[in-house]
Design a protein around this ligand. Structure first.
Ligand SMILES: *[C@@H]1O[C@H](CO)[C@@H](O)[C@H](O)[C@H]1NC(C)=O
Ligand SMILES: *[C@@H]1O[C@H](CO)[C@@H](O)[C@H](O)[C@H]1NC(C)=O
Ligand SMILES: *[C@@H]1O[C@H](CO)[C@@H](O)[C@H](O)[C@H]1NC(C)=O
Ligand SMILES: *[C@@H]1O[C@H](CO)[C@@H](O)[C@H](O)[C@H]1NC(C)=O
Ligand SMILES: *[C@@H]1O[C@H](CO)[C@@H](O)[C@H](O)[C@H]1NC(C)=O
Ligand SMILES: *[C@@H]1O[C@H](CO)[C@@H](O)[C@H](O)[C@H]1NC(C)=O
Ligand SMILES: *[C@@H]1O[C@H](CO)[C@@H](O)[C@H](O)[C@H]1NC(C)=O
Length: 915
């Protein structure tokens, strides 16, 4: 099914999209006032002293507490006092600052506006009348929640979310018997994610908080808390409960006590049974319910039919089918429904029209097919419609959209849709997110885009557009964060589109621009360098010519720069050495010449460097091994690299793919190749990613074949190719220690000596090419025990003796793989061996799997990880870099609709919560 593989659902995914908004703000029992009340009372002196002590225990880099001077502590920022008694009742130090862009991008995120503390001063306990304490979104990294908070008996409101607290939650919090609001969970989406890392092994303390109305323990590890859920069920006044990602086993309750609940978030936990627990039905006032990523289904029970008070329902990432969707269609009060990543199949039920209030509908990533029911397009309140990655068909036209005036986000990507509208169409909506990947939109560039002034993201890859980008296209909003037009036949020069950046304000926030796999001509415009916030730039696979503009080196946030497969020439500019955040640099298949600029040694974060198929004439610089120590993929194939392979290269412990093929390298293969420790194991590298996500539709376009082949295994490919050089000497035995190797190609050199006896150690080997060398002696019988081996070439050497047989070698029966070795005999060659030299080891005869050229071709074609690595790496890297999570977050108001951010954020949470 090749390119329809979005129908697959993979088990690794369920944990990805677990994020759910809960409308916390509206439920805060106290007005969360930032203004200090001025009052006629100067504050109580002992409290003032206590506050000052507390202040002194904090580092306050951005001077947020500068007003904390003078006698009247009641007028200090964040403090308010009781009108009559003068006691401090509120201490609100929640950090609401948005960090600066530079700050956010800093690799090790440093929150300037955060209060930081090595300890929190216990003097706080002298604020005996404190009712409201908010320390959220600061940086108390590594601190435990102080036990003395349990002494603040009057507290009604306590918010310690997203402040870096770690360790076991102190049971002392259970003494806060008046507490109505407690949040020690995740950051809210708009805050800086210095997440807490808390556990609670015994939640008995929660049960004592009988006044609680709001409780968020999201992300707090409760896996060891026996009966954790029962403790929560003791809280009769609870209205909001957030237990997202707590590693909790949700039991079947016999009796529910928290019947006041109106908001319940249980996403990404585990239920005792895969069916919905019947007690959910007793929560008759429930409005918000989040059950995403719990492996649930409800084929029999029809639970939702009775939950008629629901307003927001998130069932994403479960196993619900279309019958559940039908039963949900009863709930006419629903305003948002998420059933993405489930097992919906067949048609979208026409009952979907029974949600007059629906503003958000998410049905992406299911197996829905057929045309869309007309009732879907009557949901006039829709602001977000997500039906991407199904198998829906049909022609969408103006009349489908005629009533969707409110629509802001539209995802119809990756179906079998075509869009047919007149060139004068003026849509009724102003879209912010346009996801129309693989929708047949062309051949003309869609004129209606001109009317859309609020575009944040535009994604029309593979949309069959064969046209020039019109001049007006630059008139996108200056909030545009990303454009993907890959895989069309867009033509003309990039100038017309980029030069709108005349106005410096335009595109100031663009994070990614992917125009790869088109027919663009001309040079790379210098104006591109005005897109200063670009993280991901892909212009590969076009017809661009000229030199790389020096100013590209000013795009200092770039992490992915892909310019491969064009006709660019000249030296690689030294200015690229300024791109210290670069993770993947792909310049392959151009005509670059000269030497590598030494400044490239500053690219210390590079994980993938692909310079293959150029005319670079240099020795392999020592700094590659000495400075680029994160490299996982190195491709210098088909250039004019000369000289020896020096031992310095061996200092790359993470290297998974080394491709130096088709150069002019001489000397011998270093024994120190054994230091490529990543090749010693089958463990995947850090480019981990989920194969099933919004990403893969994106990838699907970028060629079936080579890159896709790569993609499948990108995180675990382990390969060495040194083919087509002038290497001499023997094959070092040490290479046989790289037992994770899947591909080894040493062909077309002058290697001599014998094939190492223990070549059978390379148990993962799928392809082995030692052809066209001067290897002597017998073929080691151990070769036959490499079961994955599907492609072998030993031709044109000086090998002799019987060809081993049995096991895997039995299937490799094409005589040409042995030809040109005068001394070889036995099957599959025609000459039988002289008596006494019978082939060793007659194993069982396996089926003839055969193998085709293409098995090899991607290998020969070189390791141009190309596009796929890039996207993959975005995903991978987002898992590690908090700052990115935040920075990308910031650029759109609702970041979790966005692929990379979403995945990055969610997986990073999951890393914490599930590993
Ligand atoms: C005391 O409060 C009243 C009313 O809030 C205000 O009019 C008056 O100016 C205040 N007096 C002082 C000394 O601040
Ligand atoms: C807080 O109260 C304790 C006694 O309860 C006292 O010893 C201490 O000095 C007080 N601290 C401040 C800052 O007032
Ligand atoms: C969270 O804390 C645990 C120990 O309690 C530690 O093993 C883990 O690495 C921490 N996770 C993060 C993301 O800091
Ligand atoms: C619910 O309340 C009943 C009666 O107050 C009590 O007996 C029971 O233990 C409570 N159930 C749970 C799970 O807390
Ligand atoms: C749900 O409500 C029904 C009827 O009020 C009651 O019989 C049943 O025990 C309740 N179930 C739970 C789990 O509380
Ligand atoms: C939709 O998929 C179902 C299987 O899930 C299949 O039986 C049906 O024929 C498909 N319908 C269309 C129109 O492709
Ligand atoms: C660009 O952004 C500024 C503020 O960031 C805004 O005032 C202005 O209206 C925007 N211009 C356009 C053309 O959208």
């Amino acid at each position: 099914m090749g390119h329809l593989n979005f129908l697959d659902t993979t088990p690794s995914l369920p944990f990805l999209f677990l994020f759910i908004t809960i409308l916390v703000a509206s439920q805060i029992p106290f007005g969360c006032t930032r203004q200090a009340h001025s009052s006629n009372y100067t504050c109580i002196e002992s409290e003032r002293q206590a506050l000052l002590r507390f202040k002194n225990s904090l580092a306050d880099e951005s001077n947020r507490l500068s007003s904390w001077i003078g006698k009247d502590c009641c007028s200090w920022d964040g403090i308010s006092c009781h009108k009559t008694t003068g006691h401090a009742v509120t201490l609100d130090l929640r950090n609401l600052e948005q960090p600066e862009m530079d700050e956010a991008f800093n690799t090790s995120y440093h929150c300037r506006s955060c209060l930081v503390g090595d300890q929190l001063s216990p003097s706080l306990v002298n604020l005996t009348n404190l009712r409201y304490l908010d320390l959220s979104v600061n940086n108390f990294s590594g601190l435990q929640i102080p036990t003395f908070l349990g002494l603040l008996k009057d507290l009604r409101y306590l918010n310690l979310s997203s402040a870096g607290f770690v360790g076991e939650v102190p049971h002392h919090l259970g003494n806060l018997s008046h507490l109505q609001y407690l949040d020690i969970g995740f950051a809210s989406p708009n805050s800086i994610p210095i997440d807490n890392n808390l556990t609670s092994n015994d939640v008995g303390w929660v049960a004592k908080l009988s006044s609680l109305e709001y409780l968020s323990l999201s992300g707090v590890g409760l896996s060891n808390a026996r009966d954790g859920f029962l403790a929560v069920d003791m809280l009769p006044l609870l209205k909001t409960l957030d237990l997202e990602g707590c590693e909790l086993v949700v039991p079947h309750l016999l009796h529910v006590n928290f019947t006041s609940l109106s908001s319940l978030e249980l996403g990404s936990n585990q239920f005792l049974n895969p069916t919905l627990p019947p007690w959910l039905r007793n929560l008759t006032g429930l409005q918000d319910l989040g059950l995403s990523y719990n492996n649930l289904d409800d084929k029999v029970h029809d639970t939702f039919r009775q939950m008629t008070s629901l307003v927001n329902l998130d069932l994403g990432g479960n196993h619900f089918d279309t019958s559940t969707l039908r039963s949900i269609c009863n709930i006419s009060s629903l305003t948002s429904l998420d059933m993405s990543y489930n097992e919906l199949q067949g048609s979208i039920p026409s009952e979907i029209g029974q949600f007059p209030q629906l503003t958000v509908l998410k049905l992406s990533k299911n197996r829905l097919n057929d045309t869309t029911p007309s009732s879907l397009w009557q949901l006039t309140k829709l602001q977000g419609l997500y039906i991407g990655a199904n198998a829906l068909t049909g022609e969408l036209s103006e009349h489908h959209f005629a009533k969707l005036r409110e629509l802001k986000r539209l995802d119809i990507s990756d179906n079998l849709f075509s869009l047919h509208v007149s060139s004068s169409w003026v849509p009724p909506f102003q879209l912010q997110y346009i996801w129309m990947g693989s929708v047949k939109i062309g051949p003309r560039f869609p004129n209606w885009l001109r009317t859309q002034k609020e575009i944040v993201e535009l994604n029309m890859y593979n949309a069959s557009i064969s046209d020039a980008i019109p001049g007006w296209f630059g008139v996108l909003s200056n909030d545009t964060g990303g454009i993907i037009l890959s895989g069309n036949k867009l033509e003309g020069s990039l100038n017309s589109f980029i030069s709108v950046a005349d106005d410096d304000k335009k595109f100031v926030q663009m994070w990614y621009l992917l125009l790869n796999h088109n027919h663009f001509t001309g040079s790379i415009p210098e104006d591109l360098c005005k897109l200063r916030t670009l993280i991901y730039l892909d212009l590969s696979n076009n017809h661009l010519s000229g030199r790389i503009p020096l100013c590209l080196g000013n795009l200092r946030y770039l992490s992915f720069l892909h310019l491969g497969s064009n006709s660019l020439y000249g030296q690689i500019p030294g200015s690229l050495g300024n791109l210290g955040e670069l993770i993947s640099l792909q310049l392959s298949k151009n005509r670059f010449d000269g030497k590598l600029p030494p400044s490239m040694q500053n690219l210390k974060r590079l994980q993938s460097l692909d310079l293959g198929e150029n005319r670079i004439a240099d020795t392999i610089p020592a700094w590659i091994g000495e400075r680029l120590s994160d490299l996982e993929f190195l491709t210098l194939q088909s250039n004019n690299f000369h000289g020896g392979i020096s031992n310095t290269l061996c200092q790359l412990p993470y290297l998974q793919v080394l491709n130096l093929a088709h150069n002019d390298l001489s000397g011998s293969i270093p024994h120190c190749f054994k230091n490529f420790t990543a090749m010693e194991s089958t463990k995947p590298g850090t480019f981990q990613f989920s194969k099933s996500s919004y990403i893969d539709p994106l990838l699907r376009n970028f060629k079936a074949g080579i890159e896709l082949e790569y993609l499948k295994n990108i995180d675990s490919v382990k390969s060495i190719s040194l083919s087509g050089n002038n290497l001499v000497g023997e094959i070092p035995d040490e290479i046989m220690g790289l037992v994770g190797l899947q591909n080894l190609n040493l062909s077309k050199n002058h290697l001599n000596g014998r094939i190492p006896k223990n070549i059978g150690n390379l148990k993962q080997l799928e392809t082995l090419d030692l052809s066209m060398n001067e290897l002597r002696g017998e073929i080691p019988p151990s070769l036959s025990s490499i079961y994955p081996l599907s492609s072998l070439n030993l031709s044109y050497n000086k090998l002799s003796g019987p060809i081993p047989s049995g096991n895997q070698l039995q299937t490799l029966n094409d005589p040409s793989i042995y030809e040109g070795n005068i001394g070889l005999c036995g099957k599959p060659l025609l000459n039988s061996c002289p008596a006494g030299e019978s082939p060793t080891e007659n194993g069982p005869v396996l089926d003839d799997k055969g193998h085709s050229e293409s098995d090899f071709s991607w290998f020969y074609a070189g390791f141009g990880p190309g596009f796929s690595v890039g996207v993959v790496a975005v995903v991978g890297i987002l898992q590690f870099k908090q700052s990115w999570r935040y920075a990308l977050f910031k650029c759109v108001e609702n970041a979790y609709d966005r692929i990379w951010v979403m995945i990055g954020l969610k997986t990073s949470r999951l890393r914490r919560n599930f590993h």
